[in-house]
Write a protein that binds this ligand. Structure first.
Ligand SMILES: [Zn+2]
Length: 452
């Protein structure tokens, strides 16, 4: 919700509540507990391999195998973190129960393992022929005496066999539950076509059992929470997608849903669901059933969790850990404009070479930190955006384009990093909204129009 549309009372109430409930308001500093959920189980088989020559594997077995390897890998790589599987055998638990257990265990990250499927088309092929008797009908006589004569004859007819055509679609996708569409990045690649499988569950009432969210104030707190979790879920999902991609496997991106992934909504922590592969795609099915494939996925997800852990535990640091595990320290002196893409350029015609720039956080105040470069020179470093203006006076250089670059030092709690820039040139006032993230800069170009 835009800042100016939130009723003041609710905000006030929300902040009071946040102060009263420090445990709720403070996101945990250290990642200590991870829940790994093997999707389905027991009587709930999930998707099954059904195409011709399929291994006839069951999703519940594949998810358990991958989850067990993931748990082992996380325990090996992060021995100080408690990793808890929701199941270690072929049992069924309602997703409501899984979510409750995860919440009760104090989970700080919920990783749900699934395998994808989609509707299979039927194909047919000729497997032989057979002789059938048909009749040629003729008539003799006229009127009432007309007689029908059937003459039998033999014909050869093809015999078909019907089979299910395997899916051509393959790859790994990551899903998050999105309370609100706050991020540009989250307008994900919802590559349609296939059906997404949904875990069913009951109402969300038991989720926040130690707090009454059924009040306007409570809903506000829940909203703030949801956004915080959403940002973190998106962060982990993006890292998982990157790590999967670096294995050479098809990575289908981060997708978001506002409904349907019940277990992701009901867990009181950042949560992602990984559709590890398509069980009805022959290559994917074999990959998901192989020791090597399962291990590769477990290692890729673990690498993503390690990067996530570093990021959330060191929010101020500009860590740029590469997919190959190499860690690079990004510093502002290394010409940030060259290292990131220029996503957004806004051009403003001004009438004076002296302009005043005021910068505010646009939307909800969420600890956005930015740096500004004017004509490639650092103008302001790591400034927090708020409702109070950061002011700068710029002297535009005549005869050239003057550029003011916005560099995001973080994403704030709600990505992307958004700024409202108010520019006055002594005559006119201009408002520009900019958004930047850790991959993209935003820029304002000043065109000096001399009317004199
Ligand atoms: Zn599933």
């Amino acid at each position: 919700m835009p800042w100016n549309k939130v009723p003041a009372f609710f905000l006030f109430a929300a902040f009071c509540l946040l102060n009263i409930h420090p445990a709720l308001s403070q996101a945990p500093k250290k990642l200590k507990t991870i829940i790994v959920d093997a999707g389905h189980g027991g009587s709930d088989v999930g998707a099954t391999g059904q195409y011709e020559n399929s291994l006839r594997s069951k999703e519940k077995d594949v998810t358990l195998a991958i989850s067990m390897k993931l748990v082992a890998q996380l325990q090996k790589e992060l021995p100080d973190v408690k990793t808890i599987p929701t199941r270690t055998t072929d049992i069924f638990d309602e997703v409501t129960v899984k979510a409750r257990k995860a919440n009760e265990a104090g989970g700080q990250l919920f990783i749900c393992i699934h395998a994808d499927s989609g509707p299979l088309k039927q194909g047919r092929r000729q497997i032989g022929t057979r002789m059938v008797t048909r009749y040629k009908v003729t008539y003799k006589g006229k009127g009432r005496k007309k007689k029908k004569i059937s003459t039998p004859y033999e014909v050869e007819e093809p015999v078909y066999e019907y089979f299910k055509i395997p899916l051509t679609r393959s790859g790994t996708s990551v899903w998050i539950f999105a309370a609100h569409k706050t991020s540009e990045k989250l307008k994900a690649i919802m590559s349609g076509g296939e059906e997404f499988e949904i875990e069913q569950g009951g109402g969300a009432d038991s989720t926040y059992n130690n707090f009454d969210f059924n009040t306007p104030e409570g809903r506000n707190v829940a909203n703030i929470y949801m956004k915080r979790f959403q940002e973190r879920s998106d962060r982990l999902a993006t890292l998982v997608n990157e790590e999967v991609e670096s294995t050479g496997r098809q990575a289908l991106g981060v997708n978001q849903r506002q409904k349907g992934i019940w277990v992701l909504q009901a867990t009181n922590m950042p949560a992602i669901l990984i559709e590890t592969g398509f069980i009805n795609n022959p290559e994917d099915e074999r990959y998901l059933n192989s020791e090597a494939g399962q291990q590769e996925l477990a290692e890729a997800i673990t690498k993503a969790v390690i990067r996530y852990k570093e990021q959330v535990e060191n929010p101020g640091k500009l860590n740029n850990v590469q997919a190959n595990g190499e860690k690079k320290e990004e510093t502002l002196q290394q010409a940030p404009a060259d290292k990131r893409n220029l996503k957004e350029i806004k051009t403003i015609e001004v009438k004076s070479s002296k302009v005043k720039v005021e910068l505010y956080d646009d939307g909800e105040i969420d600890n956005d930190v930015v740096s500004l470069y004017f004509n490639n020179t650092l103008l302001a470093e790591k400034k927090s955006l708020s409702t109070r203006a950061l002011s700068f006076n710029l002297d535009l250089l005549p005869g050239r384009t003057n550029e003011l670059l916005l560099y995001a030092d973080n994403l704030g709690d709600i990505p992307p990093n958004t700024a409202l820039m108010v520019i006055t040139d002594g005559i006119s006032r201009y408002e520009v909204r900019l958004s930047a993230d850790l991959k993209n800069n935003a820029m304002v170009r000043f065109e000096l129009k001399n009317n004199n």
